[in-house]
Design a protein around this ligand. Structure first.
Ligand code: KPL
Length: 297
């Protein structure tokens, strides 16, 4: 029997749209996102350029039927509102988060219960070009894991893998979420402050290392024994060297960034355990400053 799932990609920005495009080849996919983006997809399909190339046709209108899984890909500061709206509209069902940040899963669990939460991390580099068009700039890997069981995570991983989204199911997804957040805490803030592509950070490895080490100390205080964040960060920098990080894209587009959910969350958790988090603190304050300060040129 053919293996087919029904996915709702809720918050189809850059990363969510890539998943929607690839999954739509083998599965039923409904995209929910900004009006202009969804209208453009309705009119001429979802155009993906870069290492994935083609026009894809996910559904843009809800037909009232029952879906299997929500892929939540909104900005982390929107999780609370998004999951509430999604459950009101589509009902309670398994939800997989492929967002940045440390606090999405607990917010999702409040609305669907831990048995329906699948945590996820992905390191694909994707740029939102214009409504209806994205650029797949760096190939990444995806890790998934459930909190009470891995049954749903395994089904989703099968669908992802068969659609070309390389995915592995892990026994401790929270450790991977910490690892990814530390990697993001080092890459996203610096690229946004320096206004550079990810690959430029190879020239300032020492700062990348210091931020990673600070994050590892804090993760350790919560029982996550992570020692390879710097190596992982350098790997992601290499694989996505031409990409503009999501935080840089937000800054360039004059949008709110996820800094409070990434560096801010790490710093706050550090403070709670009495651990110095000055690197993450300064990055958070500078990026928040940048969101408000008028700069020259
Ligand atoms: O997750 C990312 C992001 O930009 O948010 C990386 C993997 C760093 C790619 O740019």
């Amino acid at each position: 029997m053919e293996f087919k799932m029904k996915f709702i990609v809720y918050g189809a920005g850059a990363i969510g749209s890539l998943f929607a495009a690839l999954l739509s080849e083998n599965h039923e996919v409904l995209v929910v996102g900004r009006k202009e983006h969804i209208e453009a997809i309705f009119r001429h399909g979802l155009i993906v350029e870069g290492i994935t190339n083609g026009v894809f046709y996910p559904e843009t209108e809800y037909d009232g039927s029952r879906y299997d899984v929500i892929i939540l890909s909104t900005k982390a500061y929107d999780t609370e509102t998004a999951i509430k709206e999604a459950v009101e509209k589509f009902g309670v069902m398994p939800v997989v988060s492929i967002q940045n940040g440390l606090r999405n899963e607990e917010r999702i669990a409040e609305h669907v219960g831990w048995e329906n939460v699948v945590g996820g991390v992905t390191t694909h580099g994707v740029t939102f070009m214009e409504p209806g068009r994205i650029k797949h700039a760096g190939r990444g890997k995806t890790l998934l894991g459930g909190f009470l069981s891995n049954e749903m995570a395994n089904r989703i991983a099968k669908a992802f893998n068969e659609s070309g989204i390389e995915t592995v199911v892990t026994e401790d997804i929270m450790e991977e979420i910490w690892r990814k957040s530390i990697v993001n805490s080092a890459i996203n803030g610096l690229t946004a402050l320096l206004r550079c592509r990810n690959g430029e950070l190879k020239k300032i490895k020492e700062i990348v290392m210091e931020i990673c080490e600070e994050g590892e100390k804090i993760a350790m205080a919560y029982g996550y024994d992570i020692h390879d964040a710097f190596e992982r960060a350098m790997e992601v920098i290499d694989n996505t060297s031409m990409n503009y990080s999501s935080m840089l894209q937000d800054v360039l587009n004059g949008k709110r960034t996820e800094v409070e959910e990434i560096n801010g969350a790490i710093a706050e958790m550090g403070r709670k355990k009495g651990i110095n988090a000055c690197m993450n603190d300064v990055i958070t304050k500078l990026i928040k400053g940048m969101e408000n300060v008028r700069h020259l040129g």
